[in-house]
Design a protein around this ligand. Structure first.
Ligand SMILES: [Zn+2]
Length: 453
């Protein structure tokens, strides 16, 4: 069983759009109601503790589970939201589910049970800022060639063609589990979570190892010398983003740099910010389509794929726009290669970012102390090799992959220590464990994929 998400842009009628909005609003109401309740009990207990009240005399704490939150909501919904019957119960469930997850993430993070940066306590969702979203898990959810059928909302026109998904569902190979409608960058999208048995053929050259060097000037360079250029319209789209962000920064935004205070943004700023969001979305779409094509082609061809682990969280802080976009793509490329190689029984090796792939000579193995970013050609002072910098790096990655494949079975590739024979320090192979895919992390068929996460 594999979970996949298929996303399509929607073209709702005005009435359907109102329906989607009111459902998303209901989700927000339930979220905020639950959060207020949790906060009130927490504050009460803290206050009581300062008066010396302890143990059983304290106001009892309440459960944060979705089940309890839903039960409590059902008990009060007539008073809190007398209009509740106008919306599907899925709307309230969406909000309460999001709250239960947010509270769990915060609690786990505080107890050190959660990886990554600390998670803040959930905040109330604002009508103007929260991204409208509603998830349907029961009822009449269907995908047709040109329509999405959503409970209560009805038959909503798709902006794109869903023939591929419909064919898989009709043949019984895929099953739609849920549908999430969300408003993003001025448009509604639907994302179907699908359980699929569709199998993909093994790589055409299972014994082949390929090194992939990810770049800024090009999307990627392979160790066989293939250069995959950036998508054609990327630089135009980036230019538009730059221009619109300058426009927005000249207008009165939500932050006043003079007084360093928050302020009410002007309507002109709102318009500019909306246009900017749309242009940024365009960049993400253009980039994402080409990334899907790249990762599919690679996973289809090579049995072993070697990429470098780039420290994405740190690098995204870089302020140059092209760099920023490229960094955001690295994470996506890696994620897609992880599941696409696994689907086809291939293997992905992620090399530690301290491995000097750029500074090492791919012919003789000599390592340079320094290599300026401006040096586009790698010239080896030891053996005289002169090679495109990125091809050289990709070849080093491939060579490292070859050593690891030859030196050990696939199972031992999944941890540190697999590199003992290579003499190259600290590379780590990462292999995705089966069954760890969740709906939010899985991919889509390239042509149908529209949005960035
Ligand atoms: Zn050399």
């Amino acid at each position: 069983m594999t979970l996949l998400a298929y996303q399509f842009a929607l073209d709702p009628t005005p009435a359907q759009e109102r329906g989607l909005r009111s459902h998303a609003g209901a989700a927000r109401v339930a979220f905020n109601w639950g959060l207020a309740r949790v906060k009130a009990v927490m504050d009460q207990r803290v206050a009581e503790a300062t008066y010396g009240i302890t143990g059983e005399d304290l106001t009892p704490s309440i459960s944060w589970s979705l089940y309890s939150l839903r039960k409590d909501w059902n008990a009060v919904k007539d008073t809190v939201a007398p209009w509740w019957a106008e919306c599907s119960k899925e709307a309230f469930n969406t909000g309460l589910d999001a709250l239960a997850r947010a509270l769990k993430n915060w609690a786990d993070s505080r107890k050190g049970k959660r990886k990554g940066r600390p998670v803040a306590f959930p905040r109330f969702k604002s009508k103007h800022k929260a991204r409208p979203s509603i998830r349907f898990t029961t009822g009449a959810i269907r995908c047709q060639t040109r329509h999405a059928i959503l409970p209560r909302i009805g038959r909503v026109k798709l902006h794109e063609d869903a023939t591929g998904l419909v064919a898989d569902v009709e043949s019984g190979r895929s099953r739609v589990l849920s549908a999430t409608a969300r408003y993003e960058r001025g448009r509604w999208f639907v994302s179907f979570t699908v359980d699929t048995e569709v199998s993909r053929p093994a790589p055409s050259d299972p014994g082949a190892v390929v090194g992939v060097d990810l770049g800024i000037k090009t999307l990627a360079v392979l160790s066989d010398g293939t250069e995959i250029p950036n998508p054609r319209h990327l630089s135009t789209a980036l230019g538009k983003v730059r221009r619109l962000s300058r426009t927005a920064s000249r207008r009165q935004g939500p932050y006043d740099p003079g007084t360093r205070r928050r302020q009410a943004p002007s309507n002109r700023w709102r318009r500019a910010a909306a246009a900017l969001g749309k242009a940024q979305g365009r960049v993400a779409d253009v980039r994402k389509d080409s990334i899907h094509k790249l990762t599919t082609d690679i996973a289809r061809t090579y049995g072993t794929v070697v990429i470098e682990d780039l420290h994405v969280a740190g690098m995204v802080k870089n302020r140059r726009l092209a760099r920023h976009v490229a960094d955001a793509s690295f994470a996506q490329i890696r994620r897609q290669l992880e599941y696409k190689t696994e689907w086809r029984g291939g293997r992905l090796i992620v090399v530690d970012r301290w491995f000097p792939s750029s500074k090492t000579c791919s012919a003789c193995g000599a390592v340079k102390a320094k290599l300026a970013l401006s040096e586009r050609t790698y010239v080896c002072t030891q053996c005289g090799l002169a090679l495109d910098r990125d091809v050289n790096a990709a070849r080093n990655l491939a060579a490292l992959g070859e050593t690891m494949v030859a030196g050990s079975g696939p199972e031992t590739l999944t941890g540190r220590g697999a590199d003992q024979k290579t003499g190259l320090a600290r590379q780590v192979a990462v292999k995705r464990q089966p069954g760890t895919a969740t709906a939010g992390q899985t991919g889509t068929v390239p042509s149908q994929d529209r949005t960035a996460a």
